[in-house]
Design a binder for this molecule. Structure first.
Ligand code: FES
Length: 138
């Protein structure tokens, strides 16, 4: 292998290694943010919201992920992504949170739309303060 070819191959390999961690971290930010809770309050920058005004977050001390959503009136909701029926996981589908296990459905702010669950999702108060959202979880 001549010097020029060696340098070109080495530079391509280094460039690929430099891109992979950045791409992986961006993918992580786009789907779920992991945040810290201080004095019972989870704090998140508003910039973490997706274009649709929502974010899925997890934090040490919370047993379930939270879905934070911006309502039409500009206020925010935070609900646990855990079905109250039998603790099934919830997925966002067509603007609702739906449980694949038995079909319960909820609005993004946790109100029950369809059973078999008999109650809405556990929710937490959210305040917007400057560029931050504060969710009281404790
Ligand atoms: S666990 Fe969700 S509907 Fe049964």
């Amino acid at each position: 292998m001549d010097r020029r070819r060696f340098l070109r191959t080495s530079c391509q390999a280094c460039a690929a290694l430099a891109i992979i961690p950045v791409a992986a971290s961006l993918e992580g930010c786009a789907s779920t943010s992991k945040l810290a809770i201080t004095d019972g309050v989870l704090t998140m920058p508003l910039d973490n919201l997706r274009k649709d005004g929502s974010a899925i977050v997890k934090a040490d001390g919370l047993s379930n992920k939270l879905m934070i959503s911006k309502r039409a009136d500009g206020s925010f909701s935070a609900v646990e992504l855990n079905c109250p029926h039998k603790n099934g996981p919830l997925k966002e589908k067509g603007g609702q949170l739906v449980c694949d296990w038995h079909g319960s459905a909820f609005e993004l702010d946790g109100k029950l739309l369809k059973g078999p669950s008999k109650s809405g999702l556990k929710s937490y108060p959210v305040e917007a303060e400057g560029t931050m959202l504060r969710v009281r979880v404790g």
